[in-house]
Ligand binder design. Sequence first.
Ligand code: NDP
Length: 448
Amino acid sequence: MAALDPHLQEIYEVVLRRNPGEAEFHQAVLEVFESLGPVVRKRPEYVESRALERMCEPERQVIFRVPWIDDSGRIEINRGFRVEFSSVLGPFKGGLRFHPSVNLGIVKFLGFEQIFKNALTGMPIGGGKGGSDFDPKGRSNREVMAFCQSFMTELYRHIGEYTDVPAGDIGVGGREIGYLFGQYKRITNLYESGVLTGKGLGWGGSRVRKEATGYGLVFFAQEMLRARGDSFDGKRVVVSGSGNVAIYAVEMALQLGATVVACSDSSGYVVDEGGIDLELLKQVKEVDRGRLADYVVGRPGATLVTEGSIWDVVCDVALPCATQNELDEDAAISLVKHGASVVAEGANMPTTRAATRVLLDADVLFAPGKAANAGGVATSALEMQQNASRDSWTHEYTQDRLEGIMRGIHERCASSADEFGAPGNYVVGANTSSFVQLADAVLALGVI
Ligand code: NDP
């Protein structure tokens, strides 16, 4: 990787010193800083005003105990987090992740990414993220409810329609948002719909929110292909993960004429040369909350591979939609060798820095998650608009809005990449465009 601009290097070293042991947070900061050399040379006031240091320090970080009782009567203790990173553009906004790997460094990396992503949407939302090391997998509905109620019994003090608006992420879907919203409503005695997004359609949710991240990802990739005179039609697509983002990326890729030949979960990946059967996948993952092994049982011809990497499956378009750092340098080399022409991140930071370099050097079209997966949070902002106006929009209208937003993000990335001397580089485009917007707001609001 190219050396950082000396000013940025100095600031990065301070970030390392002040946040020891938070490898994913360091990685997320470095990925942004690597794009900012031309920006700080053109606008030295961003360094002089210490805008960058201010942006790397969360406004508020809350860590709390979450005690609850499991089905055997045992008391369980988890740890809850909410990192309110930046509210210069609007109330803190970002999901909650329930996964055993969650720690402060992971939540800070996600919160930091979220600031830039939310700025890219062009909507009035700040950035934050939260979650817990609780693992909902294998837990009964009652256990999940008990955990969510205890989690919200602390979280409610910190959130609100105008303060901080959480949503879902890994391990947090409609069921969990329901239990969280119910407890918030009970504690506060307010029907404050705009306090959480990702709600069910019957109680304040938005159409297309469930589909939005996956659909938006494919809309973004479609714009990239279109910029090269190409389309999804007839493409072979591989999608990692089989959760919310992955399933709806598969759905939209199919609608645009692609064949999706593989998807995964943490136990392995399925190859289905006949094309992934979307209805079966939804049944297994969304309805039965099962594993991909169950998909293979219902689909002769499909195979479950439990060793190696999903990125060894030959494809034109790769959509990593599982988790951070799942696509490493070897995987990138394999994708390039097999002729992949597009990699667009549905997950947050799924591609390592070394892998990103391999893809960019090979002229693969590469979309960073902060641009390509912003459709989820953008539709959350549309949900907030509907809540504020006590309105409910149609599927068609909401999907049109989402498509328009993704086109807008693509345009902003492409033109900012041109402006800062890296045409076609969506990493530079996404980082510079969002940074300038945020830094200008930081300066305008004074030292706060
Ligand atoms: P889900 O919990 O619905 O699905 C996650 C999927 O990824 C599952 O298939 C899961 O497999 C797999 N996975 C998770 N962790 C690992 C791991 N450590 N190793 C291998 N596989 C893993 O989450 P989402 O689909 O909501 O989120 C996926 C990614 O997209 C995350 O990075 C999230 O931050 C990002 N994102 C999500 C948005 C949203 O609207 N939901 C918005 C923007 C980004 P298994 O079931 O076996 O654990």
